[in-house]
Write a protein that binds this ligand. Structure first.
Ligand code: SF4
Length: 268
């Protein structure tokens, strides 16, 4: 991990080895709320005067413009994150992004799955399953369906300032993925020493709406007007960008949307 505590804007460049969604999770006992912020670029190259792999946060607008995918060569400037508990990336507030060279390979058969990640409403519509942290580190850090979320936990609903922080890993990918391991169930601490365990049924509930959705994502790649490869959304349509199409039908969740975020309420 490359760190520059307290530094200003830092120039970086290198090869993009993975792109994943940048999503924060807020937990309060058995409730959870996702905040969809953009994407995290895993870059292997040079950041300031250090060489290695580093994580750059970008907004969805940058992804819409550049259609990031593994294999590209990029450069830009970013700022070290203020609060590492709240970001999976090490750097954010990215500017001056340039694509120095486009990727040459097409989408892989996977796992892990490469190519241009879908838009954020597609991640939201798919829902996720918990993903074992060790499996994520070993097999999923470059997969477009993996996500390492910073988690903020409100321990006491009556005293929201009492918080805990941690990271959790999730998979938005096909249920048939051979690399997938759920890992142990997760406990959410609550007030007065109570805790809530997120059992398997939560994952089943979050993804059961996929139903007859096509599980072989590689058959759903399409070319945009910019001749970039993108993945079709849950309804088999093209990207929601610019179309106003956001929600897939048939979700078992009641999605209450604020700006760039949803609150997931179980209804079944
Ligand atoms: S388990 Fe999920 S994140 Fe990991 S390789 Fe498979 S689809 Fe990708």
């Amino acid at each position: 991990m490359i760190t520059y505590p307290g530094a200003g804007k830092i120039s970086w460049s290198g090869r993009l080895v993975g792109v994943q969604p940048r999503i924060r999770l807020l937990r309060s006992f058995d409730e959870r709320h996702h905040n969809y912020q953009g994407y995290v670029l895993r870059v292997n190259g040079t950041c300031g005067d250090q060489a290695g792999e580093f994580l750059i946060a970008v907004g969805h607008g940058a992804h819409e413009k550049h259609c990031f995918r593994a294999g590209m060569e990029l450069s830009g400037q970013s700022v070290p994150v203020d609060d590492p508990r709240m970001e999976a990336a090490e750097f954010y507030k990215t500017s001056g992004l340039k694509v120095l060279k486009d990727a040459e390979d097409g989408p892989s058969a996977g796992p892990p799955f490469f190519g241009v990640p879908p838009d954020l409403p597609t991640y939201r519509a798919r829902g996720h399953r918990r993903l074992d942290a060790r499996t994520y580190e070993a097999k999923c850090t470059a997969c477009i369906w993996g996500c390492r979320m910073p988690v903020e936990i409100i321990v006491d609903h009556w005293n929201p300032s009492q918080k805990k922080y941690r990271f959790e890993t999730f998979c938005y990918g096909p249920k048939s993925c051979a690399a997938y391991r759920a890992g142990p169930t997760r406990r959410v601490p609550g007030r007065k020493g109570m805790s809530w365990t997120e059992e398997d049924w939560v994952d089943e509930d979050a993804t059961s709406h996929r139903g007859r959705m096509i599980e072989d994502e590689n058959s759903r790649w399409s070319r945009t007007a910019k001749r970039q490869l993108v993945m079709l959304n849950e309804m088999g349509n093209g990207s929601a960008w610019g179309t106003g199409l956001i929600f897939a039908t048939g979700l078992r969740h009641n999605l209450r949307q604020t700006n760039d975020s949803t609150c997931d309420i179980r209804i079944g």
